[in-house]
Design a binder for this molecule. Structure first.
Ligand code: FAD
Length: 446
């Protein structure tokens, strides 16, 4: 019998998870990965910490090499870019960038895992040297050349989401002077205002100049950037990093008949299947089901990309398992503090038209009888009538961060604040207070 072929487009988190899982579960499948770049299976999450100097090489973020995949029987083709899809013929046109030839590749199953690229505004000067975004290993290597150059003093971060919050730590670790410019009135705009404000104060405490409600209009320089011009002023700049969000890499699929969300994310069901037969999508180029909002959403994160890719691979290998969806959990270290969010923020609950209440408490990472206890703040969002937990946000020291995962599970399993208050959480003085901060908040929920 002719062997079936799985073609995977895109080779980072979702694509390589799908390829490896499908091959493991069905060794008879021919698995071919096509990646337009030069690396596969690396953790973009580690790139800011390479830039801080905590890793020697950017490619230390590679989790598994192409050679290791080939030894598993997965064919890996680097520098190959998919150009178009013909679902009727079950083929993909792929450009081999090394040989500048276009190949037509046939599939029995297709996984689209092309991720998302940073949004780059079309501003005058955007192509000057020293203006970059951070996504790939080559991006990180380019930025690093500037960060290790002692003549580079002024770094401007445009956008105050989690990537630039992490870049702030990196640039400060490299001894640079920093300013952060953005249009929204708070950094970490996905969180409620008190948390965004606290994150801003944490940046300012480390000497970073914040320019909120300000818009970058152009960049100037003589080949290399030297000035950022906004609607309010001009600022010196030797390195400018834009992090203004991302867009799914699905333009090449526009005429394929695939159903997409408004932003271009491919709609998938719980098994990663699209509306077209034998075609799956996973990761940052795909939608995901949100368990609290009870609808599809776009929330691109590495954690989800790995799961969606793995489940698509399993389904193709003949072992389908549905993905129950996300609750929207994310965490970021802003200088010395951790900011985490799971479920809905108050502003999201409001936008969803839910009837909800919030409660905010300050508690401690562990008992005062053991050295090193630190304060942390926790906010719960819960439904007024059912008292079901809808969301939680925390800020505090790194040691308190994993409270977020307790809350994630509580939201995932639709627990009420009352269930949470009486849960059998662990206690001994080095680890928690006798009523853990999570339970202190749940008890305070009236
Ligand atoms: P991608 O990683 O975008 O990979 C898609 C691949 O497809 C790319 O290599 C691209 O070259 C290739 N491709 C695109 N178009 C084509 C084409 N037409 N033909 C062939 N190949 C193509 N997430 C977290 O959960 N936690 C974190 O702490 C975190 N930190 C991050 C820090 C940074 C700096 C960045 C940039 C991201 C971070 N993320 C984090 C997000 C996480 O890295 C992504 O969600 C994850 O990489 C998505 O994986 P993916 O495989 O769906 O897409």
């Amino acid at each position: 019998m002719k062997k079936q072929t799985l073609v995977v487009i895109g080779g980072v988190a979702a694509g390589m998870s799908a390829a490896a899982k499908a091959k493991r579960e069905n060794p008879d499948l021919l698995v071919k990965v096509y990646e337009r770049g030069q690396h596969v299976a690396y953790g973009q999450c580690g790139l800011p910490y390479y830039l801080a100097g905590y890793l020697d090489q950017a490619d230390e973020t590679v989790v598994r090499t192409p050679q290791a995949f080939r030894e598993q029987g997965v064919e890996v083709n680097l520098f190959h870019e998919a150009l178009s899809l013909d679902p009727a013929a079950k083929t993909v046109k792929i450009q081999n960038r090394l040989k500048a030839v276009v190949e037509t590749v046939a599939y029995d199953f297709l996984v689209i895992a092309t991720g998302a690229d940073p949004v780059t505004p079309k501003l005058p000067g955007i192509h000057l040297k020293g203006v970059s975004s951070l996504k790939t290993i080559p991006d990180a290597e380019t930025i690093n050349r500037f960060l290790v150059d002692s003549s580079v003093e002024q770094v401007v971060l445009v956008g105050g989401g989690y990537i630039n919050a992490e870049m702030a730590e990196a640039a400060i670790a490299r001894g640079k002077k920093l300013r952060l410019i953005q249009r929204p009135s708070q950094v970490l705009n996905h969180m409620d205002e008190p948390f965004g404000k606290a994150a801003g104060l944490e940046l300012e405490k480390h000497g970073i100049l914040l320019h909120l409600r300000e818009t970058v209009e152009s960049l100037e320089g003589d080949g290399r950037v030297n000035t950022v011009i906004t609607d309010q002023s001009r600022y010196p700049a030797d390195l400018v990093i834009f992090a203004l969000g991302i867009r799914p890499n699905t333009d090449w699929l526009k005429s394929s008949g695939l159903s997409m969300m408004q932003n271009g994310a491919i709609r998938v069901n719980a098994y990663g299947r699209t509306n077209l037969d034998h075609i799956y999508a996973a990761g940052d180029c795909a939608s995901v089901y949100h368990r609290v909002m009870k609808k599809e959403t776009y929330l691109p994160l590495g954690t989800t990309a790995n799961k969606q890719g793995r489940l698509a691979g399993a389904a193709i290998a003949g072992n389908p398992q549905p993905f129950g969806g996300i609750v929207g959990t994310s965490i970021v270290k802003v200088m010395d503090k951790t900011f985490g969010k799971t479920g809905l923020s108050a502003k999201e609950a409001q936008a969803e038209g839910l009837s909800f209440k919030t409660v905010t408490v300050n508690g401690h990472t562990h008992a005062g009888s053991y050295p090193g206890s630190k304060e942390m703040t926790l906010q719960l969002v819960y439904e007024s009538y059912t008292r079901r937990l809808l969301g939680a946000q925390l800020m505090g020291p790194v040691e308190g961060a994993k409270r977020l995962d307790v809350l994630t599970l509580a939201i995932h399993n639709e627990m009420t604040v009352d269930d949470l208050a009486l849960s059998d959480l662990s206690y001994a003085p080095p680890y928690a207070t006798v009523w853990d901060v999570v339970q202190v908040a749940a008890n305070a929920a009236k």
